[in-house]
Design a protein around this ligand. Structure first.
Ligand code: PAF
Length: 288
């Protein structure tokens, strides 16, 4: 695996690939890689001749300095995991390479960023949009791979690709879960054993909501039940649970007229914030 740390090294590497008309898949990450990221690398390898993974903890998408400081970093283990999955190249830029000057451009994504992650993490999607745009310009991939766990991020990046004509294909990869349902996340590494025991509550709540909707219990009743479920748990604080349209994430009050539903959840275990979601075809099907 080739390790590239500067944009100029990346350009030299990509130039010889383009001369040979190789297709390139990009897997953007912030490191602390796990099997979820490995599945993105595998998907990219299946769809492209060359896979480039980027590792960069992007400061502009963090709205808390503590969260940025405590974000897990494990570069050596990350490179080992990428080697094991035969990733072709890893791009590990520093802050100077990505933000030679403080960015003054601001990106707005309209209603898509006024809900859920956008509502609770102001400025987060501006930061994601900036760094993803820079990585797309630097790598110019044919395809880019994102996980469904960050569903709102995926939809935001989809808007970015359309609005700024990036001319690449976005691929959304399924959530990878632990056997007890917990969605894999770099933040799971920060959970204490006790918190790890409580964390599957997010998935259990989503599963319960899916079942309630499948058995024709209404949106309000389902939301109420999920609030009740969390109020009976200790060590975890629900931030939001939403039933939204699967395409634009607008809040759903009546299940009719929505082809897809997104059940989205965020909760805190002390300082560790976890998110999860289920995407369902409507009417919900138990195997979805
Ligand atoms: O999903 C992530 O890890 C990050 O938000 C991304 C897309 C790499 C941008 O920093």
């Amino acid at each position: 695996m080739v390790i590239l740390t500067s944009p100029s090294e990346l350009q030299v590497y990509l130039k010889q690939l383009r001369q040979r008309e190789r297709t390139v898949g990009l897997v953007p990450t912030m490191g602390a890689l796990h099997a979820g990221h490995a599945s993105l690398v595998e998907a990219s390898k299946a769809g492209n001749e060359v896979t480039v993974c980027s590792i960069y903890v992007n400061p502009t998408q963090f709205n808390s300095a503590t969260d940025l400081r405590s974000y897990p970093r494990s570069l050596e283990a990350d490179c080992r995991l990428l080697e094991e999955h035969a990733c072709d190249a890893v791009f590990i830029p520093d802050n100077e390479a990505i933000y030679p000057e403080p960015p003054r451009t601001r990106l707005h994504f309209g209603e898509l960023e006024s809900v859920m992650e956008g509502r609770f993490r102001p400025g987060h999607f501006n930061g994601v949009g900036l760094v993803v745009s820079k990585l797309f310009h630097m790598v110019q991939p044919d395809r880019a791979y994102f996980g469904q766990k960050d569903l709102q991020q995926f939809l935001i990046v989809q808007r970015l690709v359309t609005d700024l004509s990036f001319g690449l294909q976005l691929v959304r990869c399924p959530i990878v879960r632990e056997p007890d349902g917990l969605a894999l996340s770099s933040r799971n590494a920060r959970l204490t054993p006790a918190q790890r025991g409580v964390a599957p509550a997010l998935y259990r709540a989503l599963d319960q909501a899916r079942e309630m909707l499948r058995t024709h219990q209404g949106v309000a009743q389902t939301k109420q039940a999920i609030l009740g479920y969390f109020s009976g748990l200790s060590g975890i604080r629900l931030e939001y649970f939403e039933i939204a349209d699967g395409e634009d994430l607008r809040e759903v009050s009546d299940l009719r007229n929505h082809r897809h539903l997104a059940l989205c959840i965020a909760a805190y275990l002390d300082e560790v914030r976890l998110i999860d979601n289920l995407l369902l075809t409507n009417p919900p099907d138990p195997g979805a």
